[in-house]
Ligand binder design. Structure first.
Ligand code: NCD
Length: 325
């Protein structure tokens, strides 16, 4: 295995040209995914040591712009940058000039004046990362834009499945719940296809968009899967007044992932935040079948890999389409 984690910052190739971004899974091919997962695996080895900090991105600046609440994604991007010795600067919408009416473009231009190497952005509007990419010279990583894309989540999920199940090729993943409002599901379905895995969507008909993947409205369908991937009801993304499910109580009764709906040997994943007792039974969330903590751990090394890749060897990744099913 290449010893990526001992590459000192001084030996990095010169700065890459403008336009290397990770905005969507659609920009990746299977080779990109394999390279990123291998890099993440080698960073995972480095994180098992007592001294976890590597000099790799010393002197680089990573700016995190988070316009939506986040625990795992913002924490792991920040820690990933720090573990690679980059400087970090984190701006949240609340408490910043965004509250005084500053536009995304103006905030991006302001932060670009500090010459960041990478801008990581999460925003409720689809296309916000593209806007930052076109307005600045920084490499941009999409940390979630509306219900569109969340490519680093898909990568960390692939990393978790490969380590938890032992392979990606031929694995069957059932994605359960609110697929309609989920950028996680959209990105993951694309990524699973790229690596030869199969997907079934399971949940109430109004929450399963047509054409993304085969669908079942019967929770019993999860028994056929190797991995049951549970989604939260993303109420903040639902149109006001729209009734996607009769009630949360009914949703839980019909589609919650409970111990009796699983079979032995299945793995359970959830991107978080979990609503225990709604979409996932606490006994499932706390069982050895649950890979939720592994996902969080994978988030750190995968984001280290993405930052490393963008600033060193990766291909030029540019989003081409903004279609949302
Ligand atoms: C997800 C997100 O924000 O898209 N969480 C995450 O990044 N781990 C999923 C969600 O909001 O339900």
């Amino acid at each position: 295995m290449t010893d990526l984690h001992v590459v000192p910052g001084d030996l990095l190739p010169p700065r890459t040209p403008k336009g290397r971004h990770l905005l969507s899974v659609a920009d990746l091919d299977r080779d990109d995914i394999e390279r990123l997962l291998a890099t993440a695996q080698s960073f995972a080895l480095s994180q098992a040591r007592d001294t976890k900090k590597l000099p790799t991105l010393r002197g680089r600046l990573i700016v995190n712009m988070f316009y939506e609440s986040s625990t795992r994604t913002s924490a792991s991007f920040e820690l990933a940058a720090k573990r690679l010795s980059a400087d970090t600067l984190s701006v949240k919408a609340s408490g910043s000039s965004v509250e005084k009416g500053e536009s995304l473009r103006d905030t991006a231009l302001t932060l670009a004046a500090y010459e960041p190497d990478v801008i990581v952005i999460r925003h409720p509007q689809i296309g916000a990362p593209q806007l930052v990419a076109s307005a600045t010279n920084a490499h941009v990583v999409n940390a979630g834009d509306g219900k569109h894309q969340h490519p680093t989540q898909a990568l960390l999920d692939l990393f978790t499945i490969r380590n938890g199940v032992g392979r990606l090729e031929g694995v069957h993943v059932a994605i359960v719940g609110d697929v309609l409002h989920s950028r996680v599901a959209r990105s993951l379905i694309q990524a699973l296809r790229l690596v030869g895995a199969h997907v079934t969507m399971v949940g109430p008909p109004p929450l399963l968009p047509a054409g993304l993947a085969p669908a079942s409205h019967d929770i019993a369908a999860i028994r056929d899967a190797d991995v049951v991937y549970v989604l939260r009801m993303q109420r903040e993304r639902m149109e006001e007044g729209a009734n996607f499910v009769p009630s949360l109580r009914e949703y839980t009764a019909r589609w919650a992932v409970t111990p009796d709906r699983l079979r032995p040997g299945q793995k359970v994943m959830h991107p978080g935040p979990m609503n225990r007792g709604v979409e996932i039974d606490p006994r499932v969330a706390d069982s050895p079948a649950a890979l939720v903590v592994d996902q969080v751990r994978a988030g750190l090394v995968v984001r280290m890999a993405v930052l490393y890749d963008i600033l060193t060897t990766g291909p030029v990744l540019v989003e081409t389409s903004l279609e949302v099913a």
